[in-house]
Design a protein around this ligand. Structure first.
Ligand SMILES: Cc1cc2nc3c(=O)[nH]c(=O)nc-3n(C[C@H](O)[C@H](O)[C@H](O)COP(=O)(O)O)c2cc1C
Length: 400
């Protein structure tokens, strides 16, 4: 089989060097990559590097090898175009259809999925001109990955950093896997919770659970690859931030509730994949609880935590919002799931069987997605991202 053909556009940002790592990952995973830098990009990383790493000639303009009509052919033959980093200038040109070099021509001739990974100073990113250009590109079906927050050129810190190349690679892999399918969550905002809350007992101890957060992160990544703006509310996962996803870190169930209620008002869908503790210790000991000779330990009194899923299901932040819950059951999985779906009032409930060696921390999952409309969608044993794709299929169907 032919290798999938990827065009890696590189525009003139300081993060151009990170595209070398993205190129490596793409070639090493069996993609045929043609690098198309802009003239400005070559001020940061030279043509020799791109050519040697990709195994293809490199040109920035339309006047080389004219007999091969590269300004048309490169785009026409691509299975994916990814521009990383995408400068403010490149986003503006792409949004307005300018075609004054090889990369901008390629963007106009490509009929495959296009991913932009912008990187720039926060002021440039937040400028209404850039934001309107991004909105235009997303409306047309491009996947524009949200920049990360962190150190920028010089001493500045803020939003605008190129996400980790490994994470951009993950977005490319998922977009390629979807092929010509439309990014059906484009223009949508989705909120996903992940991980397990921890309820502190004293400064060193907590009541927690075994959730790794991997299923929630798979949901966030797949939603981003399908074009959604994603807010991921993560509790104690220790996982790398997925590219293009706004990550809010929380610790306890009460903090999780606050973060979900803050993000939900403009969300089209809220997917609660996190394992939120049902109970928390009534009292928090300001100092470490000590053993006392000859004395039994004090009992720990638990109080109920807020039921976030029931609350957001009953009180939809916007009309038509879809709410999805997860039920981790150890026995009577389906009948407990049906009862929980009715009690919580959500639209979909993903029911899976959990145990010490099942689901938690694993890369794979197996579940049945129950619908409030009586539907049952079994998802066979497989990668957590396959379950995530099914959840988004069911959500997009309900969003219309
Ligand atoms: C040192 C330096 C770093 C730059 N970094 C960025 C950047 O990260 N993002 C950006 O949008 N522009 C950046 N610029 C500005 C672009 O290089 C400039 O807008 C250029 O015209 C972009 O051309 P291109 O989009 O054709 O590559 C930088 C310029 C310099 C001199």
């Amino acid at each position: 089989m032919d290798k999938p053909k990827v065009v890696l556009g590189v525009s003139g940002g300081i993060a151009a060097y990170k595209a070398c790592e993205l190129l490596r990952r793409l070639t090493e995973s069996g993609h045929d990559v043609r690098v198309v830098p802009t003239a400005s990009a070559l001020n940061f990383v030279g043509a020799a590097t791109w050519s040697a790493l990709s195994g293809h000639p490199v040109s920035t303009e339309v006047w080389s090898d004219v007999h091969e009509v590269p300004h048309v052919r490169i785009g026409q033959h691509a299975d994916l175009v990814v521009v990383a980093p995408a400068t403010a200038d490149m986003l503006a040109k792409a949004a307005h259809g300018l075609a004054d070099d090889l990369l901008t021509n390629t963007l106009l001739t490509a009929r495959c999925p296009v991913v932009f990974a912008p990187a720039m100073h926060t002021e440039m990113w937040e400028h209404p001109a850039t934001q309107e250009n991004v909105a235009t590109l997303r409306r047309r079906g491009a996947v524009v990955v949200e920049p990360a927050v962190g150190r920028l050129t010089g001493v500045d810190t803020g939003k605008g950093r190129l996400p980790d190349p490994g994470e951009i690679f993950e977005v490319c892999r998922r977009v390629l896997a979807r092929g010509a399918a439309e990014p059906d969550l484009a223009g949508r905002h989705v909120v996903v919770s992940a991980g397990g809350t921890r309820e502190p007992l004293d400064p060193v101890r907590f009541l927690g659970n075994r959730s790794s957060g991997k299923q929630g992160y798979a949901l966030a990544r797949t939603a981003a690859a399908r074009g959604a703006r994603v807010t991921l509310i993560a509790a104690n996962t220790g996982l790398a931030d997925p590219a293009g996803v706004d990550v809010v870190q929380v610790g306890t169930a009460v903090q999780m509730r606050e973060a979900v209620l803050k993000a939900a008002p403009d969300a089209d869908a809220v997917v609660m994949a996190a394992a939120v503790a049902d109970f928390r210790p009534q009292a928090y000991a300001a100092g470490k609880i000590k053993k006392k000779d000859g004395q039994e330990p004090e009992p720990i009194i638990l109080v109920r935590n807020p039921d976030i899923l029931a609350e957001i299901s009953a009180d939809r932040a916007r009309p038509g919002q879809i709410v999805v819950g997860f039920a981790a059951e150890t026995d009577d999985v389906l009948s407990n799931g049906r009862t929980k779906l009715a009690r919580k009032g959500c639209d979909l409930l993903v029911v899976n069987e959990v145990g010490e060696r099942k689901t938690f921390g694993s890369e794979e999952n197996e579940a049945v997605v129950l619908g409030a409309d009586g539907s049952e969608t079994p998802v066979p044993h497989g990668p957590k991202e396959a379950l995530a794709e099914t959840v988004w299929d069911l959500v997009t169907h309900r969003l219309g």
